[in-house]
Design a protein around this ligand. Sequence first.
Ligand SMILES: *Cc1c(COP(=O)(O)O)cnc(C)c1O
Length: 429
Amino acid sequence: MDEFDFETLAIHAGEDADPATGALRQPLHMATTFKLPKFGVKLFDALMMDSARPPFAYTRWGNPTLRALEDRLAALEGAEAAVVTASGMAAVSALLLTLLSSGDHVIASEVCYAGSVELLGQHLPRFGIEVSLVDTSDLNQVRAALRPNTKLLYVETPANPILRIADIAALSNIAHGAGALLAVDSTWAGPGLQKPLALGSDFVLHSLTKYLNGHGDALGGVVLGPTKNIQRIRKEMLVHLGGALSPFNAWLITRGLITLPIRMQRHCENALRVARFLEGHPKVARVVYPGLESHPHHALATRQMADFGGMLTFRLKGGLGSAITLAEKIKLFSYATSLGHAHSLLFYYPTDMYIDAMPFYTEAQKRHIREWTGDGILRASIGLENPDDLIRDLDQALRARTFKGWIGPLAYRIMKNMPDLERSTNDGG
Ligand SMILES: *Cc1c(COP(=O)(O)O)cnc(C)c1O
């Protein structure tokens, strides 16, 4: 399928017409177990995963519906191989636990998806893995963090939730010069906007839950990279830790991928329209969107990305009170975590709460993060609705008078992380 372009691969790669019926979509194989040829000696080798495409035996090891998705994702990302997992976090943990052992050192983005930075900052050290969290958009910080035992550089770009951009090609040179590997969580861009492998990364990860599925109805994750390493992840982590994707979710995500190119185009157009609107709004203090000239890494984003994505953050002049008013008054946007859906979503990150949840940050890191976030940011996942409707919704919510009466109790609920909000804030989206 190498000869085809991205839009064509999104529809065709990994899925030939079903030989039994001619159906253009592969049947959904909701089966855990596959009948095997009896006593095939070669089969045992193959089942031990020494073959690149082992026969199907048990769905935790592989399944035709999962393989169709893996083949499509590998084609879209230009990767040798892919392994799909039950969630984005299952992909992150499988990669980190396969590549790192006690005594190894990893350098990672100090601001990235909350689940990832907590795994890196809180849990890997429990297993004797040394972790340095640095601002990976600052190459000097990365160079200064290198140690003789550095095995991996783990980078998220654009970084969730603050939209810092890291230079993948430069980071690949730094990692490889030190004998380490580079892995990039490319969830916020997706394969249509950014190609980390072509820029020198060894691995790419995605939460399939976000843009790649795109409909907000299935969790999933993927690690892509060289066949040998991907086989190792399947054999050592998927089989032993067990984070296998449901075939039903794989089937939904493969369906979602069909429209990925056209959806991303619309996400990007809508986000730029909304970002420009917010940038000109008297109640808005700052907008962070890689497509705006005002973004500190706009030039790098222009070089590294085909377009700027559907995510943006903004700060309001009125601080917490006006953020709560906005959250209360939006009608079309949903106040919700997660991202990359057809639905537009909005979520507030009070900086204090965000950095207090990360006990491993130094005071200098907290100050550095605050330079980007002030006392808090509203994160918007711009959906596929009509952009004028989205702008009208934000405009009416921004114009609403800040009603002082309920700000106290609501602010208290947000800041003290009461149970009803805990559900939506703990995983950070
Ligand atoms: C959501 C997200 C994850 C985790 O994915 P899940 O599918 O929710 O487990 C990892 N990285 C980034 C950048 C994300 O946005």
